[in-house]
Write a protein that binds this ligand. Structure first.
Ligand code: FES
Ligand SMILES: [Fe+2]
Length: 362
């Protein structure tokens, strides 16, 4: 019997057992088994717009804690590099800047914006130097429109995670979406990252938890589509034809009142498309019972902001936080170990748990 088993038949399945959300050992294990092996969101190309822009960041700070940098080199190529000097391990770039080379301020080692070693003082006598190992490691970069993703361990193609979403929204003018820092936020939530995600993956709780959202979304028409292997889509149908997408005839939803497309990509990314634009939510684990959720907003049509399913997102977030923090307290109980799924309303959560089990059982 595998360690985590979630029956593929949802009508028979039990939810993942609570040790997944409470055990520090399991939390540590997720780091390499899930997060190091999957694609992670960096941000959008606005971070390094001009040639020579350098942007250091920590991938999943307080968890993977990998120091990386994004650089736009002289040929306008984007590179994701290790930000750790190959001499004695200093961080090469300590702030965002514009430069044509990267110079480590500890002992002066110089690298190109593609990570190639260029020079090093006092190293003439060193044998077999430099070698490949003296370059900054270059990581895989996946770019979808203006959004950038990387992975520490590129064992899966980006396609298996993103393809279905990319096809579904290919009619939208994504290149016109503009990052709006004033609408972007960070929330610290006292719950395990997976509890936050699995709450997102079902609309079942909307009438119970989100009274206001429930007045604009038609709960009876709410749908979940699973994409295999690693993503899914929930569609929020609007109750009226106001504040909906103006869909082209090529869209599978043409003729319907769509208020929101909620795409999820394993393990921790949500892409919520509203008639006003896109809210990307990234759930970053910080402790076994805590996570940091970052909202990045990209506006397409300003006039549609604050309307329909795409309005009041902060209030919806507060309602979700309250419930998932309660669940984190609940699953510590001696009297609860797992639950069951609604066949009609919890397919997304079941699909997520199946993927978790698959990664953890490896
Ligand atoms: S650590 Fe970078 S030059 Fe020494
Ligand atoms: Fe919710």
């Amino acid at each position: 019997m595998p360690r985590y088993f979630v029956d593929p038949d949802i009508s028979k399945a039990q939810t993942i057992t609570t040790d997944f959300y409470t055990s520090s050992a399991v939390f540590e294990e997720c780091k390499e088994k899930i997060f190091a092996n999957t694609w992670q969101f960096i941000g959008s190309e606005e971070l390094v717009e001009e040639s020579g822009s350098v942007y250091p960041f920590i991938l999943l700070e307080n968890y993977l804690d990998e120091p990386l940098l994004l650089a736009n080199d002289k040929d306008n190529r984007l590179n994701v590099l290790s930000n750790v000097c190959t001499h004695r391990g200093n961080l090469v770039a300590d702030r965002a800047c514009t430069a044509n080379k990267l110079k480590c301020r500890y002992h002066g080692r110089v690298f190109g914006l593609d990570g190639q070693f260029i020079s090093m003082p006092e190293f003439k006598e060193v044998k077999d130097f430099p070698t490949e190992r003296d370059n900054l490691t270059q990581l895989s970069l996946f770019k979808w429109s203006k959004w950038l993703f990387t992975t520490v361990n590129p064992q899966y193609s980006s396609e298996v995670f993103f393809k279905d979403m990319m096809e579904r929204v290919s009619w939208m003018p994504l290149d016109k979406f503009r990052f709006d820092p004033s609408l972007s936020k960070v929330f610290n939530v006292k719950t395990n990252w997976a509890l936050y995600c699995e709450n997102y993956l079902e609309g079942f709780h909307i009438p119970f938890v989100h009274a206001e959202l429930n007045t604009v979304i038609d709960f009876g028409e709410y749908t979940t589509e699973l994409f295999f292997p690693y993503s899914s889509l929930q569609i929020g149908m609007a109750k009226t034809s106001d504040d909906c997408f103006d869909l082209p005839a090529t869209s599978p939803e043409y003729g319907k009142n769509i208020g929101a497309y909620y795409f999820w990509v394993f393990p921790n990314m949500m892409f919520n498309f509203y008639p006003w634009g896109l809210s990307v939510n990234v759930v970053e684990p910080t402790a076994v019972d805590a996570c940091r959720v970052s909202f990045y907003s990209y506006v397409w049509d300003e006039l549609k902001l604050n309307r329909g399913a795409g309005a009041g997102l902060d209030k919806v977030e507060m309602e979700d936080e309250e419930i998932v923090e309660n669940v984190q307290r609940g699953i510590r109980s001696r009297f609860y170990n797992y639950g069951r799924y609604s066949v009609t309303r919890e397919q997304g959560t079941h699909h997520f748990h199946r993927i978790l089990a698959q990664f953890m059982n490896k």
